[in-house]
Design a protein around this ligand. Structure first.
Ligand SMILES: [Zn+2]
Length: 315
C-alpha cells in the first residue's frame, strides 16, 4: 500500500537564544477553526495537534538568527480522505528571473513584509493515522512534529522551482524564477545546472537520472567533503524531485522525499542544516552578526507553489 506523507521531528521549545539575536514569532491561522476536523477545536485532539505544529515552528525560531519579526503562517482546511500526500506546504515567490528563497525568507531576514499577507502555508491530510502529540509515535502513526517541520522547512526556501525541462515551474520561462537551492545544483561531475542569471545550462537527462547534487560549502562539509545527493528519480515528480535529499543516502535527514509511519521524531540533521545555511539562513549558535538588508520591492506576481511528498506505508 502506498500513501503520500511527510514527516517531521522534535522541538526544543525551552532553548534560550542569545540576547543579541532577533527571533521569529508566529501568527498561525487555522482554517479548521472550531470544527471537528483536523486542527479544529471541536476535535478532541485539535488543540494537541496545534501545539505540536507550533512546536515545530518554535524549533525553527530557536534554530535561526533572524530579524525580530512576526510571520503569518496559514494552516489550510485539513483534508480527511487519507489518499495522496500526507501534507503539502510552500511559500510565495515574485515571478522574476533569478534565484530567491521566497517571501517567508525575505520577511524573516529583513523584518520587512514584502506582501502584507501570508508568508507560508500548509495543508495536512488527517485521513491518515497521525501521532498528535509531540512525543514518540505509536505503531502505525505518522509523526506530526516531523512532518510539520519538514513542511515548514519547504516554506523556508528548501525547495526547487525547476521543472523536468529545466525551466521554472512558475512560468516555464528560461531564464525564469528559480530557488536559491536551485543555484547550488550540479551533476555528479560538478557541472552546474544554471548560469548566474538563471539560464538553464544543464542536461535535462540528469534531472531524471539520479544525477543531481547540492554543492553548497556547508552541506558538503556536513557530508564529509562530498556533494550531497538530491532526490532525482527516473520519473520527474514536480514538487518532489530536486526539492529533497536522497532518502536512501540520508535516512536521518528531515528533508527526505518520503517517510514511513513509526519513524520517530527527527530534528534537523547536519545535512539539513548545511543546506539551509548555504541558501542563506544563519544558525543562531553561530557568532555571525546579521547584516542589515534593504528591501527592494520587486514588480511581479506572487506565484504559489505547493510542495508535496510521497511516502510508502509499511505493509
Ligand atoms: Zn518535502
Amino acid at each position: 500500500m502506498r500513501a503520500t506523507v511527510f514527516v517531521v521531528f522534535l522541538v526544543l521549545v525551552s532553548f534560550v537564544p542569545p540576547a543579541t539575536a532577533g527571533i521569529i514569532s508566529w501568527n498561525v491561522t487555522y482554517a479548521d477553526g472550531n470544527s471537528a476536523v483536523g486542527f479544529g477545536l471541536g476535535n478532541a485532539v485539535g488543540q494537541t495537534r496545534r501545539n505540536t505544529f507550533e512546536a515545530a515552528l518554535n524549533y525553527v525560531s530557536a534554530t535561526f538568527d533572524t530579524a525580530d519579526v512576526t510571520l503569518d503562517f496559514a494552516v489550510n482546511a485539513s483534508e480527511t480522505d487519507g489518499g495522496g500526500f500526507l501534507a503539502s506546504a510552500g511559500t510565495y515567490f515574485f515571478v522574476t528571473p533569478g534565484f530567491s528563497n521566497g517571501i517567508l525568507y525575505q520577511h524573516a531576514t529583513t523584518g520587512i513584509d514584502p506582501t502584507g499577507g501570508s508568508d507560508g502555508f500548509v495543508t495536512f491530510d488527517f485521513g491518515y493515522n497521525w501521532n498528535p502529540e509531540n512525543d514518540t509515535p505509536t505503531v502505525g502513526q505518522f509523526d506530526l512534529f516531523t512532518i510539520a517541520l519538514h513542511e515548514v522547512t519547504h516554506a523556508l526556501g528548501f525547495l526547487s522551482l525547476t521543472g523536468a525541462d529545466g525551466t521554472s515551474r512558475l512560468n516555464s520561462v528560461d531564464p525564469g524564477p528559480h530557488s536559491v537551492l536551485d543555484s547550488f545544483l550540479v551533476n555528479g561531475s560538478g557541472d552546474p545546472f544554471f548560469a548566474a542569471g538563471g539560464d538553464f545550462i544543464g542536461n535535462t537527462a540528469d534531472l531524471t537520472g539520479n544525477n543531481v547534487f547540492f554543492s553548497g560549502a556547508n552541506a558538503v562539509a556536513a557530508n564529509g567533503g562530498n556533494l550531497v545527493r538530491m532526490y532525482a528519480p527516473a520519473t520527474f515528480a514536480s514538487g518532489s524531485s530536486l526539492s529533497h535529499v536522497d532518502l536512501t543516502t540520508y535516512p536521518g535527514a528531515v528533508m527526505t522525499p518520503a517517510i514511513d509511519p513509526n519513524v520517530a521524531k527527527k530534528t534537523y540533521s547536519e545535512i539539513d542544516l548545511g543546506i539551509l545555511q548555504d541558501i542563506g539562513w544563519t544558525l543562531r549558535s553561530s557568532a555571525t552578526v546579521p547584516e542589515p538588508n534593504s528591501f527592494i520591492a520587486l514588480a511581479g506576481i506572487c506565484g504559489l507553489c505547493a510542495y508535496r511528498r510521497r511516502a510508502s506505508l509499511a505493509a
